[in-house]
Design a protein around this ligand. Structure first.
Ligand code: BES
Ligand code: ZN
Ligand code: ZN
Length: 464
């Protein structure tokens, strides 16, 4: 499906948004009313005679136009129309593109006979295309980077192993002219990455620490992104119940988001330096598996009592965060991880949990995410929850000794590996709920959602 921005182009069908409260004023209201179209948000109505698809919206806010564009593209893809057009303007271009690209996304890698849609061309129409060009191009880049992230998340665990994820990163680095350094088991041993090595030990695949870098000239800021890349999380010896294990291919979504973000930033040619660090590991069982009761020595040197091998993401991130902070003196450090089921209990499955010490930074992300159309909410740290990570035999325990506040205690575990000088530069994003879905919502279809890509690029674009 090709989307272009043009002044004037005929198409098989035109899409028109109708505000519900203005339906009665519409020139063909009588007809629309007769056939029962009420212009409710996300409702649609074809008038083949008028070559128009009517889409209901509550108002023309970006959120509602985006959502209506999802309904439009889903309907259009099931028709025989080959081309469609939309009236674009400064307020709706980005929303329409996101609705079309993200809502029309399909992952057909494993379908032997994928249905092909007839729809080939979508024209966004505006008399002054020059004024919309940059907005249009940016929206396409960000939407496509989100789909890139989704594709990797959706790839099955035996096809997207840690070495395969490293290959994807290497290919991206080559295509987008990024720096690329990949550490395998041998280098991870040299780096004393005790967390990564323990978690990955029972896997038949080598663990990888991936570092991509985008370094333009005259940078305003330096950003480090860190992603949890558990290509599969069986839980390890603290094995997950059968039903909870299904979908755990998505435990690499943090890593995939970080790759999508550096792809978008490099294509947008933002004048910031971005480093993407990924811990790619598979958490399996076997005679060689790490165990509850083990004490690990992290790269930082702190010892960690393992009481649950299913709290593995934080062990991997402890090492990757430590490595990232040593290698790059960044202005901001952001980590993305499908870290806890507790985050979903706290916020529901649609909302990313934001944790960190800087209220200013959290506020900036609250603004960036509502502008980008993603849901985020802050989960506050406190010293009482921090105490729950105390270990009787080691420096810290990998799980809390109490059953409540699990998303925050996981965030506080990561905090232990953030240096004093970086405390206010760091935020942790728990995308456990928002990164994957088995039923469609908003611009998301079954599978990876690409959560994080849009709100992070929005934040990075706003850096002065
Ligand atoms: N990858 C999971 C978290 C998760 C759960 C992500 C559901 C997406 C959906 C993580 O490694 C995990 O298993 N966390 C445990 C932590 C617990 C053992 C303290 C959890 O959330 O149950
Ligand atoms: Zn786990
Ligand atoms: Zn996990």
């Amino acid at each position: 499906m090709n989307i272009d921005l043009v002044k004037d182009r005929s198409s098989d069908i035109h899409v028109e948004f109708i505000i519900k409260d203005e339906l009665k004023k519409h020139k063909i209201y009588k007809f629309l009313n007769k056939i029962g179209f009420n212009a409710k948000q996300d409702s649609i109505c074809f008038s083949h005679k008028n070559k128009t698809l009517f889409c209901g919206v509550d108002d023309k806010s970006a959120d509602n136009v985006r959502s209506a564009s999802v309904s439009a593209i889903k309907a259009l893809k099931s028709t025989n129309y080959k081309s469609a057009s939309f009236d674009a303007n400064a307020a709706n271009t980005r929303a329409i593109i996101e609705g079309l690209v993200l809502g029309g996304y399909e992952f057909n890698k494993y379908k032997s006979k994928a249905k092909k849609s007839k729809l080939k061309n979508i024209h966004l129409l505006n008399d002054d295309i020059a004024s919309l060009q940059r907005e249009f191009e940016e929206a396409i880049i960000i939407a496509e980077a989100t789909c890139f992230t989704r594709d990797i998340v959706n790839t099955t665990p035996d096809d997207m192993t840690p070495p395969e994820l490293a290959k994807v990163a290497k290919k991206l680095a080559k295509e987008n002219n990024l720096g690329c350094n990949i550490l395998g088991t041998k280098e991870l041993k040299k780096e004393k990455c005790g967390g990564i090595l323990a978690v990955g030990r029972a896997s038949r695949h080598d663990s990888k620490l991936i570092h991509l870098s985008y370094k333009p000239k005259n940078v305003k800021k330096i950003i480090s992104l860190v992603g949890k890349g558990l290509t599969y999380d069986s839980g390890g010896l603290s094995l997950k119940p059968a039903t909870s294990m299904v979908t755990m291919k998505m435990d690499k979504a943090g890593a995939c988001a970080v790759l999508g973000i550096i792809k978008a930033v490099s294509e947008l040619k933002l004048d910031i330096e971005v480093h993407a660090f990924v811990g790619a590991v598979e958490n399996m069982i076997g005679g060689d598996a790490y165990k509850p009761d083990d004490v690990l020595v992290s790269r930082k040197g702190d010892t960690i009592e393992v009481r649950n091998t299913d709290a593995e993401g934080r062990l991997v991130l402890a090492d990757v965060l430590d490595y990232a902070q040593e290698k790059v003196q960044a202005d901001y450090i952001f980590d993305f991880a499908t870290l806890t089921g507790a985050c979903m209990v706290a916020l529901g499955q649609y909302t990313t949990g934001v944790m960190g010490h800087s209220n200013r930074l959290k506020h900036d992300f609250s603004k960036a995410s509502s502008k980008a159309g993603e849901l985020t909410a802050s989960l506050p740290f406190n010293k009482h929850l921090k105490k729950q990570l105390k270990s009787d035999i080691a420096d810290i325990c990998n799980i809390s000794n109490k059953p409540y506040g699990g998303a925050i205690t996981a965030g506080l575990f990561l905090d232990n590996f953030i240096t004093e000088e970086n405390k206010n530069k760091w935020l942790h994003f728990d995308i456990a709920g928002s990164a994957y879905t088995e039923s469609p919502w908003d611009v998301n279809v079954h599978g990876g959602t690409g959560s994080g890509v849009r709100f992070m690029t929005q934040f990075l674009k706003s850096i002065k």
